[in-house]
Design a protein around this ligand. Structure first.
Ligand SMILES: Nc1nc2c(c(=O)[nH]1)N[C@H]1C(S)=C(S)[C@@H](COP(=O)(O)O)O[C@H]1N2
Ligand SMILES: [Mo]
Length: 420
């Protein structure tokens, strides 16, 4: 990672904290005197800034230009059927800005206008229907925050610690506030026939990414969404309409939603037979592994976010989530799992959405093995990699929700490791 080269000066940061009266522990380096940043009038205080309207749609300031999606080129053969990763090591809070939320396409991101958009509902319905975008906007609208995690998140780590970065090991996830209409309201408009048991959702893109879903889920909390984080969906996330399937694997969140077919059985498409099933050690495959089990990860410190400030106060932070509901507790260990202490859950704890945790400590400057473990409201405890492998073996790529361990060295650098 070359992130460090783009960071603002350490001196500027320390000066700022002292000026703000932050209580820093004894031993913290004090700013040099005299500090020109304090004693000299700076350009930004003696000139005009940019006028309003200089940038009609704002972008992050250039000092943050390292906070971007990144991919791992050797992972896939082509960038059109590929994935990139959310820079979770550099984000805070819980909402993922659309501009850096990971993308996963099977045949590229298509450009589909609202006026060309159509949603077809057919199969076991009283009235097969086609909706325009305008039609969808006239159903009652709802707001819901949900995480979307690709089932392959962490998949490269089954065999051993591999990728150096929280972004790369756990970044196939985003969390947005969606506005849209309930799928159940659309299905009610078409009228379900008594034999209806499953739906099959397809996209407008060439891959279509068709997935079957039991009717109970479709009628429960599935949303046909058109806004994310207060604005229209981005092209890469399914503009103008995508499915939001809270708590369930990302593959079911069909983008550029084209058709909902209603059936009495599952279609058993490519995406739910040869893909997105979990190969067990005996060669058989688990299917219908829809729910994303509870998981957490420390986002900082982490390999791309090393400790730069030396011993003293240290903020450990991370994310936790569960497809089964709310996060009840997150424990943090700094000694490789010998002892655990509860972290603070910061902000709102919403079901099937990311929860931010913070753990404040004083670092003595010695090396640490840091890790977090999520416990959700069902009482489920996030497993270790060894526990997961014991049951699921090593053949698998999907649904790795094991505890992630980071080795923090005395110089503050952090590495992805596994402990036996
Ligand atoms: N139409 C369509 N929908 C799709 C896909 C796709 O390729 N085409 N990819 C799926 C997969 S595997 C995932 S993980 C999520 C990713 O959503 P995102 O690109 O918004 O992150 O979209 C799902 N929906
Ligand atoms: Mo996915």
């Amino acid at each position: 990672m070359s992130d460090e080269k783009i960071w603002p000066s350490r001196r500027g940061f320390l000066t700022g904290s002292l000026a703000a009266g932050t209580a820093l522990a004894a031993g913290t380096v004090r700013a040099a005197t005299p500090d020109p940043l304090i004693t000299t009038v700076q350009p930004w205080a003696s000139e005009l800034g940019e006028p309003v309207d200089a940038v009609p749609y704002g972008m992050p300031i250039r000092f943050e230009s390292h906070v971007v999606r990144r991919n791992v080129e050797w992972l896939t053969e082509s960038p059109y059927s590929s994935i990139n990763f959310t820079p979770i090591h550099a984000l805070e809070g819980t909402i993922t800005p659309q501009g850096c939320a990971f993308e996963r396409h099977h045949s590229g991101a298509i450009e589909l206008s609202k006026s060309d958009y159509r949603l077809m509902v057919n199969g076991l319905v009283e009235r097969p229907l086609v909706f325009t975008f305008e039609d969808l906007m006239r159903f009652p609208r709802h707001v819901m925050t949900a995480f979307c995690e690709c089932a392959a998140n962490g998949g490269m780590e089954w065999g051993g610690a591999q990728l150096q970065g929280c972004q790369f090991t756990q970044g196939m996830i985003h969390n947005m506030e969606y506005t849209g209409v309930w799928l159940r309201d659309i299905l009610a408009e078409a009228g379900l026939k008594p034999e209806a048991r499953w739906i099959f959702a397809e996209g407008h893109d060439a891959s279509s990414n068709g997935r079957s879903m039991p009717l109970e889920k479709a009628l429960d909390d599935v949303m046909v969404a058109f806004f994310a984080n207060g604005e229209a969906l981005r092209k890469e996330h399914g503009y103008p309409v995508r499915l939001v399937v809270p708590g369930w694997e990302g593959n079911m969140w069909v983008k550029w939603l084209r058709r909902i077919g209603v059936y009495d059985r599952a279609v058993e498409s490519r995406e739910e037979t040869s893909k997105y099933t979990d190969l067990m050690k005996d060669g058989r495959a688990r299917k219908w592994t829809w729910v994303m089990d509870a998981k957490s990860v420390i986002t900082s410190p982490s390999p791309q976010a090393p400790i730069r400030h030396g011993p003293g106060p240290l903020v450990i932070t991370g994310l936790a989530w569960s497809g089964h509901g709310r996060i009840a507790r997150v424990d943090v260990s700094v000694d490789g799992g010998n002892s655990w202490a509860p972290a603070r859950l910061s902000g709102d704890v919403k079901p099937k959405a990311l929860t931010r945790f913070h753990y404040d400590m004083t670092w003595d400057g010695s090396e640490m093995l840091i890790m977090s473990r999520a416990i959700d409201e069902t009482g489920y405890v996030q497993p270790t990699k060894a526990q997961l492998r014991e049951i699921r073996g090593l053949n698998n790529v999907y649904h790795n929700n094991a505890i992630q361990v980071w080795w923090v060295r005395a110089n503050g650098e952090v590495e992805n490791v596994e402990i036996a």
